[in-house]
Ligand binder design. Structure first.
Ligand SMILES: Cc1cc2nc3c(=O)[nH]c(=O)nc-3n(C[C@H](O)[C@H](O)[C@H](O)COP(=O)(O)OP(=O)(O)OC[C@H]3O[C@@H](n4cnc5c(N)ncnc54)[C@H](O)[C@@H]3O)c2cc1C
Length: 403
């Protein structure tokens, strides 16, 4: 029996291959690179740090997660729920009152948000629990929705914009508001985590569940049709169905979307240990003229990211703007309010980080010229979106075979 050939072992291709194999469908998963995971990648630096290629987090409340891994095996380490907001001279805590009731007084006195803003956040969180969880992107932009909810300009600039720019990699917050509501539910009621062995542990764990012989690494596909793929090596593989889960659809069909970019700078310094940034995400409003929009003391959240026990800090610059290491260091020291003697660990620049998805496809995948295309661009630009699109593509095979 000819296998279903899945091109690309990013999260969508892995999810597709896993769900199809579980249904008894023979699958061949072809990946151009030497490892699985695609845009979810982790490096180990020569000085023993784990660094994710672009600051990236896993929300343990993503509905697709449990269908592809036993989350206990990820040994998730969690951020605090909420953020430290830099107001120009101080860092103020805005904590999730349901998760950190001990921070309630500090949260109430946070000047970045009015009492109305704080009440609106709680209202949004409660509202998000009533809605069924799903991830359509939606037409109204997130920025418009925030204004419609009645949030103050000040709170949008000091909290929502830096927070969501870190998630969307888009300072304009132009992604559809339905996805925003879904995120409120995930961030508000779930945990924001890093796996013990880095973000790459997620695709790795999915790959380990595939039947032997399913995955071929270092196998680049040059072109494909509905029932055949031509490898770069010249080999031709016959397929019962071809599913393209590569991030770039070929031959201009369907057309390739533009991507959002991010550059993440990783630093170490013994002096970082003296800061009380703990396990908070730190938000930096762009109106204050900084290049970085968010940072985190990764080694406090996930001690496993530092084999030597030395602190590891990440700071991210959203978009294509170029920032020198010196200017990023200056930003960090300004927020810290002191010199830190930072030492650069590495810089990861991801030019094609998130596809710009104006509106997700209703099926969560696309069929064109007999080829099934899946990936985050067909659902939402996220881990949840990629896993879901892969599952839906696999399920469409079952529907077809039942017909
Ligand atoms: C810096 C960054 C930060 C992010 N932050 C978050 C976050 O915090 N939370 C969140 O939920 N999501 C986040 N995301 C988004 C999430 O990682 C992606 O949405 C998801 O990984 C996309 O998976 P995919 O399978 O659709 O595509 P990809 O990961 O791009 O997978 C495509 C795969 O296909 C392979 N391929 C391509 N062409 C070929 C070919 N011709 N032959 C063989 N193989 C091929 C590629 O090598 C790759 O492995 C982030 C992404 C980045 C880059």
């Amino acid at each position: 029996m000819k296998p279903v050939v899945v091109i690309g072992a990013g999260l969508s291709g892995l999810s597709c291959a896993l769900h199809a194999s579980r249904a008894g469908i023979p699958v061949l998963l072809l990946e151009a690179k030497a490892s699985v995971g695609g845009r979810v990648a982790t490096q180990r630096t020569p000085n023993g740090f784990l660094v994710d290629e672009g600051f990236q987090v896993l929300l343990d409340s993503y509905p697709e997660l449990d269908s592809v891994v036993d989350r206990a095996q990820l040994h998730l380490q969690c951020f605090h729920s909420g953020a430290l907001i830099y107001t120009g001279d101080t860092l103020q805590v805005l904590a999730n009152p349901f998760r950190h009731p001990g921070e309630l007084l500090n949260t109430l006195s946070c000047s970045a948000a009015s009492l109305k803003d704080k009440a609106l956040v709680v209202g949004l969180m409660l509202q998000s629990q009533l809605k069924t969880s799903d991830t359509p992107v939606g037409k109204c932009t997130t920025l418009q929705a925030l204004k419609n909810y009645g949030f103050s300009e000040h709170f949008i600039e000091f909290f929502w914009r830096p927070f969501l720019a870190g998630v969307y990699l888009d300072n304009e917050l132009s992604l559809g508001a339905d996805f925003f509501k879904f995120l409120v539910r995930c961030f508000g009621w779930g945990k924001v985590c890093l796996p013990e062995q880095g973000m790459a542990a997620l695709p790795q764990l999915i790959a380990e569940q595939l039947p032997a012989g399913t995955l071929r690494l270092n196998t680049s596909v040059a072109k494909w049709s509905a029932d055949k793929v031509w490898l770069a090596s010249g080999e031709i593989v016959e397929a019962s169905q071809v599913i393209c889960a590569g991030s770039k659809p070929p031959h201009g069909t369907p057309s390739e979307p533009p991507f959002r970019s991010v550059t993440t700078y990783y630093f170490t310094s013994p002096e970082l240990q003296e800061l009380s940034w703990d396990r908070w995400l730190i938000l930096i409003p762009q109106t204050l003229g900084f290049t970085i929009s968010h940072m985190a003391l990764i080694s406090s959240v996930a001690p496993s990211y530092s084999a030597s026990g030395k602190p590891l800090l990440s700071g991210s610059v959203v978009g294509k703007k170029q920032a020198s290491v010196e200017s990023v260091m200056k930003d960090i020291e300004k927020v810290a309010g002191r010199a830190l003697n930072l030492e650069l660990v590495t810089v990861t620049e991801v030019v094609q980080a998130l596809p710009i998805v104006p509106e997700s496809s209703p099926e969560g995948f696309l069929k064109a010229d007999g080829v099934i295309y899946c990936g985050d661009r067909y659902t939402s630009p996220s881990i949840q979106g990629a896993l879901k699109s892969g599952r839906l593509a696999a399920e469409s095979l079952l529907v077809e075979s039942a017909d």
